[in-house]
Design a protein around this ligand. Sequence first.
Ligand SMILES: C[S@@+](CC[C@H](N)C(=O)[O-])C[C@H]1O[C@@H](n2cnc3c(N)ncnc32)[C@H](O)[C@@H]1O
Length: 229
Amino acid sequence: MLARDWYYNERGRIGLEPVVASIYDRHDDSDRRARAALTMLGVQKGWRVADIGCGNAVLATEAALMGAEVDAVDISPAMLRLAEVYARDRRAPVRMQSAGLLSFAYQPNSYDLIVSEFTLHHLPDFWKAVAMSRIHAALKPGANFYLRDIVFVSMPDGSERSVEQWADFHIKNHDFVRDSVVTHMRDEYSTFGWVMERMLTEVGFTLVSADYHAPMHGTYLLQKPGGQG
Ligand SMILES: C[S@@+](CC[C@H](N)C(=O)[O-])C[C@H]1O[C@@H](n2cnc3c(N)ncnc32)[C@H](O)[C@@H]1O
C-alpha cells in the first residue's frame, strides 16, 4: 500500500508532554470515580478493555484490578511512563501501547469495552470521525464505547459565558490553571455536542445516552449494534 502522506500527524503536539504529564501527576479521588464508572459499565473479570488517551492510567489500572485485560493507549511517551509507574505501584497488569486514536493496533470485533476520556478534542472533526470508526471496528458487536470530552453545548454567541463557567469549574474542582483552558480554546478542537452525536451515529453506533452536565462536559454511552440480547 502507498504511504498515506496526508494522514493526520497525531504526534504533532506532544512537545507539550512534560507540561501535560506534570498536570496529571496529582492525587485526587479519580480512582474512586473511575471504579464507579467501570462498575456502571458492567466490567467483568476477563473482559477486554481499552482506554485510549489513558493519561496516567487511573481508569486502566482500576479496570485491571477488577480482573479485566486492559490496553492503555496514549500518544505521549512521557504520559505512558507515568502510567507505567502508576499501574506498577498498584500491581495492576496493564498493557501499555504507545499509539493514538488514529494508530492504535487492534483485532476487529475484539473489545468488550472501549473508554476515551478528554482526548478526542485533540483531533479536528474529520479525524474524530476516523477515530470513532476505528473504535467501532475494534469493539465486539453489542459492546459499549464510553466517551467523555469537552464539548460546546451553546452556540458561539453564548460560548463566552460557558467558557468562563468552565474555567471556574475547572480551577475550583480540578486544581487546573486558567492557562490550560486558554490553550484548549485557542489550540485544540472541541466541537459541538450535536456534532459529536451525529458523527457517532453516522459511524454506526447506537446512542444509548448523551449527558451534558458540568459546563462544557459531554458524556456519551454508545453501543455497537449486534451481539446477543
Ligand atoms: C486531557 S488528557 C486525559 C487523560 C485521561 N483520559 C483522563 O481523563 O484523565 C488527554 C490525554 O490524551 C493524550 N492524547 C492526545 N492526543 C492523543 C491521540 N491522538 N491519541 C491518543 N492519546 C492522545 C494525551 O497525551 C493525554 O494523556
